[in-house]
Design a protein around this ligand. Sequence first.
Ligand SMILES: *Cc1c(COP(=O)(O)O)cnc(C)c1O
Length: 359
Amino acid sequence: MEFKRTPHPALTHENVRKAAIADPGFGTVFTDHMVTIDYDEAKGGWHNAHIGPRGPIALDPAASVLHYAQGIFEGMKAFTHADGGLALFRPEENARRFNASARRMAMPEIPEELFLDAVKLAVETDADWMPPVDGGSLYIRPFMFASEAFLGVRPATQYKFVVILVSSGNYFKGGVNPVKIWVSTDYVRAAKGGTGAAKTGGNYAASLVPQAEAIAQNCDQVVFLDAVEKKWIEELGGMNLFFVRKDGSVITPPLTGTILPGITRASLIAMLREEGLEVREEPYSIQQWREEAENGELLETLACGTAAVVTPVGTVASADGEFTIGSGGIGQMANKMRERLVGVQNGTIEDKHGWVMRV
Ligand SMILES: *Cc1c(COP(=O)(O)O)cnc(C)c1O
């Protein structure tokens, strides 16, 4: 599909852009352009692919995403390599997961190639928003929502797919900090048969109150338990977990439909196995977590996702009190895995798996 291009009437002035990307933090330094593609069942599906100035999107007040939350998104990053070229990390996995989310939310799938073309076009167009800082990236946010105006409850027939970018600084500026996490027992994130495996806004909306509870408990993040027994560890609000044990095994909760299948998670499973560790996808209980942390069987707990890559969990707090993982600091495996993953993404470590796609 050809992308029509509307020239930007007034690009951000170079000085303003350079000041903004010198220390962009995360989530607020948006680039100049966006990609949009429309979907209409009556027009044969996807059409009207476009790149133009980033700006507000006009929506009918009855647009069904505003009422029934038919919407999905992805989160990925572009990196600069030493030769100045741009690279994406496993973007076809994001395209695939986007369509898996679409199926769960009764939304149309987008051809993987079109998804990738849209992402690449957005990144190429706004490449000069790449922050010139160590560990910086362009964070890419593809998303899709139901735009049809109607108040009946059924899947919409009209959608919009959009790609926006944010200039993103080093998540670990000032060093890696182990996170303290709060075990939520009053709230759950997802139940079997629900939408936990889809990257959809409702899961995040549901996590905000428990996340606020975590903050009130002086914690950084909330960890969710399974909805039935309130016993098994699932994941953080936006990161998957790994339990690294002294006997050389690593446990990560299995994908049973309530956990988001992280691409960082899948990459870590492969990398840990290459280290000779035995990675098992099996349930791990909150009781086991506490016992193994206390008796020394558990060496580290790693949280992983695109934004923070690999972050050590230092302390776990719950209504029953706190426990510490290892020394409560940064473990060896957390460091090793983060450095290796970041190295592959940045092109400084050999990409044995073909995970990096040059733009
Ligand atoms: C996106 C996300 C993750 C991490 O997925 P990555 O592909 O590794 O970025 C984990 N949990 C939830 C709930 C998420 O939305």
